[in-house]
Design a protein around this ligand. Structure first.
Ligand SMILES: Nc1ncnc2c1ncn2[C@@H]1O[C@H](COP(=O)(O)OP(=O)(O)OP(=O)(O)O)[C@@H](O)[C@H]1O
Ligand SMILES: [Mg+2]
Length: 357
C-alpha cells in the first residue's frame, strides 16, 4: 500500500537521521509504521533493552526531522525497549535483563489522577467518567477528563467536543473545555470514523503525550477514562504515573463481575489503590409507572465489593435519559443536576471527594 504523502516525507526525512551503529533510522528494523492523522504524526522506535540511552539523540533528531515535514502536525515519537527483536544479532540479552520501566513522575498541573476502569466493554465507564467528573466539579473541585480509550474514544461525543484541541507555539496542547471540565481525547484528533491501529509502544507514547504535553492549567483531579480490560494502555499508564487510584465500573451480572475482578486484580498487582466499585445499570425504573425492575439481578457489585474489601461507591440506575444525554453530548449531571440520576453521581462524588481534597 503506498504511504500517505506525509508519511513518505517523514520516512525520507528519517533517512538523514543517524542511529547507533552507523545506519540511518529510515532503514532500521525497529522503526514502526508511520501513522498520520489530521493533527498528528506518530511512530515508534523499538530498541534492544539497555539501548534506550544510546538512541536518545536519534529520537530527538527524528522528532526534529519529522517536524520539518509534518505540516504543522504534532509529532509523537516513542522510544521503547521491547523484547529483543528477533535476528538482531545481539546475543546475551536475556529477558531478565530488561530495563525496568522509567520511574513514575508527577504530571505538571495535576494534583490527583484517578482512572476509571472495567473488565468488560460497554458497562458504562465513559458515561460514568464524564458524569462523575461533573459531579466532582459541582463539589467545587477543578476537574479534567482524559480519554485514554485510543481504540474507541467516546469523550468527544459525550461532551459534545468539536474540532481539534489548539496547540501552543511550543507544541503543548490546550485542552477543550466543556461544561466547566477540561477535556482531551485522541478522538478529537482523528477524522470521523477513522480507524487507527495503535501498536503497543505507539499507544503508550500517544497516552504519555496526551497526558504530559497538555496544559491542564492546574486541576484538583484528572479523571482518566480507560479502554476496557487489562491491556497495554492500562499497564503503561500505571507504570508511568502515580495514580491516586482506580474506580471500577461493573454491571450487576455475574459475568461482568468476573471480568471486573480481573481488572481489580491487575491494579492490585501494580500497587494501585482501588478507590471503589460502582454498579452501573444497576436497576431500571419504568418512566410510566415508576416501578423498579432489577433486570440484571441488582446488588452483585455491592456484594463483590464487600467480599473484596473495597469501598462500594454507589449504584447508577439504567435510565433512558442517561443514554440520550450521552448521545447528545449534554451529560446529565450538567444538564439535569436536580434529577435522581444526577443524584446518584453526586453521591458517588461525595464518597470520592475526601480522597481528592
Ligand atoms: N446508566 C445508564 N443508563 C442508560 N444507558 C447507559 C447507562 N450507562 C451507560 N449507558 C449507555 O450504554 C452504552 C455504553 O456506555 P459507555 O460508552 O459509557 O460504556 P464503556 O464501558 O465506556 O464502553 P467501552 O468499553 O466501549 O469504552 C452507551 O450507549 C451509554 O449511553
Ligand atoms: Mg468507553
Amino acid at each position: 500500500m503506498p504511504d500517505n504523502p506525509i508519511a513518505a516525507a517523514v520516512r525520507k526525512a528519517l533517512a538523514e537521521v543517524d542511529i547507533p551503529g552507523g545506519d540511518k533510522l529510515a532503514s532500521y528494523s525497529g522503526l514502526s509504521e508511520i501513522i498520520v492523522t489530521p493533527s498528528a504524526v506518530a511512530f515508534a522506535i523499538s530498541v534492544e533493552p539497555g539501548m534506550e540511552g544510546a538512541f536518545g539523540p536519534a529520537r530527538a533528531d527524528a522528532q526534529r526531522a519529522a517536524e520539518t515535514v509534518a505540516e504543522g502536525r504534532k509529532v509523537l515519537v516513542s522510544l521503547t525497549a521491547d523484547r529483543a527483536p528477533s535476528g538482531a544479532g545481539q546475543a546475551g540479552q536475556a529477558p531478565q535483563q530488561r530495563q525496568a520501566p522509567p520511574g513514575k513522575s508527577p504530571v505538571a498541573g495535576l494534583k490527583h489522577i484517578i482512572a476509571v476502569a472495567s473488565g468488560k466493554g460497554g458497562v458504562g465507564k465513559s458515561t460514568v467518567s464524564v458524569n462523575m467528573a461533573l459531579a466532582l466539579l459541582a463539589k467545587g473541585l477543578r476537574v479534567g477528563v482524559l480519554d485514554a480509550d485510543l481504540y474507541g474514544p467516546s469523550v468527544p461525543r459525550l461532551l459534545g467536543l468539536e474540532g481539534r484541541p489548539a496547540v501552543r507555539e511550543d507544541g503543548i496542547f490546550l485542552p477543550h473545555e466543556a461544561f466547566g471540565l477540561k477535556a482531551m481525547s485522541i478522538g478529537s484528533m482523528l477524522e470521523k470514523d477513522q480507524a487507527v491501529v495503535w501498536r503497543g509502544p505507539m499507544a503508550a507514547s500517544a497516552m504519555r503525550q496526551l497526558l504530559r504535553e497538555t496544559d491542564w492549567g492546574g486541576l484538583d483531579v484528572l479523571v482518566i477514562d480507560l479502554p476496557p480490560g487489562t491491556g497495554d494502555i492500562q499497564l503503561s499508564l500505571c507504570q508511568q504515573v502515580e495514580l491516586d487510584g482506580a474506580v471500577i465500573v461493573s454491571t450487576p451480572q455475574d459475568l461482568a463481575l468476573i471480568d471486573a475482578r480481573k481488572a481489580m486484580d491487575m491494579f492490585r498487582r501494580l500497587g494501585i489503590p482501588l478507590l471503589g466499585l460502582i454498579e452501573n445499570m444497576s436497576y431500571f425504573i419504568a418512566p410510566d409507572t415508576g416501578a423498579r425492575y432489577d433486570i440484571f439481578g441488582h446488588g452483585g457489585a455491592r456484594k463483590a465489593a464487600d467480599e473484596l474489601g473495597i469501598p462500594f461507591l454507589g449504584e447508577v440506575p439504567l435510565h433512558m435519559a442517561i443514554r440520550e444525554t450521552s448521545d447528545h453530548g449534554t451529560p446529565l449531571v450538567a444538564t439535569a443536576p436536580e434529577g435522581a440520576e444526577a443524584g446518584a453521581f453526586a453521591a458517588i462524588a461525595g464518597k470520592l471527594a475526601p480522597v481528592l481534597a
